[in-house]
Design a protein around this ligand. Structure first.
Ligand code: SF4
Length: 273
């Protein structure tokens, strides 16, 4: 509704006294962002709602609504309520989305609780007699049993998510690693138990970025246990060169072994005397 026109609801005519109480209705709005009077709507007998434009920042298309009423034969009106309502084309918040549909991976914080709904399709009862051997295998492995285990759908979705993640074969660190440096052939690769064993394991290499994470069997990195780096001398080794320009040559007499022994004997007898 635009302008100061008068409208009726369900063919009721607005009460004349209530419809004339524009100033009283305006005064009832305890806010400074009140614009022009947009109109009045009959809500019932001696009961009308006045609409005023709203100039609040961020409330484009919203209207102040003030409902007034009067008692039979009374000439004064009473304010029933004031409220801010969205008009046609009003800027509105997005429609409500349940919290479990808004959650994204990584939203869970320290101390948060994330209950799974009873009909979570990723889970199946632990006692279920399944046609899936993997489920039966899990039931056997757990021994004491759990109320629920992952369903085939849950495991399939999980496997695909892990495979497409930064711990799968298309991760940059994997693509740039040597072709034969795959996790499945690495000593640091600890295969998972159960149905996902064929495709996933945990990296246990302290120096690898994936340490402690689930990696696919065809993921890889440069810290692979069998990666061998060819060791080559960084520069060619040159022959030793002596700078004899700084060396003073000294001539020595050549001494025969007999003369050498004789002089040693003479020295010894001189010492004994
Ligand atoms: S060290 Fe590298 S190749 Fe080995 S398991 Fe970890 S991520 Fe895979």
């Amino acid at each position: 509704m635009t302008g100061s026109q008068t409208a009726t609801r369900a063919s009721a005519r607005p009460d004349a006294v209530c419809a004339a109480a524009v100033d009283e209705a305006r005064a009832a709005i305890l806010d400074d962002h009140v614009g022009e009077h947009l109109g009045v709507v009959a809500e019932g007998e001696r009961l009308v709602t006045h609409y005023f434009a709203c100039s609040l920042p961020g409330y484009k298309g919203w209207r102040w609504a003030v409902t007034v009423a009067r008692a039979p034969r009374a000439r004064t009106v009473t304010i029933c309520e004031t409220v801010l309502l969205p008009g046609e084309g009003a800027l509105l918040a997005p429609s409500w989305v349940p919290w479990h549909e808004r959650l994204r991976p990584g939203d869970l914080g320290v101390g948060d609780l994330l209950p799974t709904p009873p009909d979570d399709e990723r889970l199946a009862p632990g006692y279920l007699q399944s046609d899936d051997p993997a489920v039966e295998e899990v039931n056997w492995e757990i021994g004491l049993g759990r109320a629920r285990v992952m369903s085939r759908q849950g495991r399939t979705e999980t496997a695909q998510r892990w495979y497409d993640s930064d711990h799968g074969p298309k991760a940059p660190i994997s693509v740039n690693a040597p072709a034969n440096a795959r996790c499945g052939l690495c000593a640091f690769y600890l295969p998972l138990a159960g149905a996902l064993r064929q495709a996933f394991g945990v990296c246990a290499n302290l120096y690898a970025p994936d340490d402690g994470r689930v990696v696919s069997v065809d993921h890889g990195c440069g810290a692979h246990s069998e990666v061998l780096v060819e060791t080559t001398a960084p520069v060619d080794e040159l022959p030793t060169v002596y700078d004899d320009g700084e060396v003073e040559p000294v001539a020595v007499d050549e001494v025969s072994p007999v003369d050498d022994q004789r002089s040693a004997d003479e020295e010894r007898s001189a010492d004994e005397e």
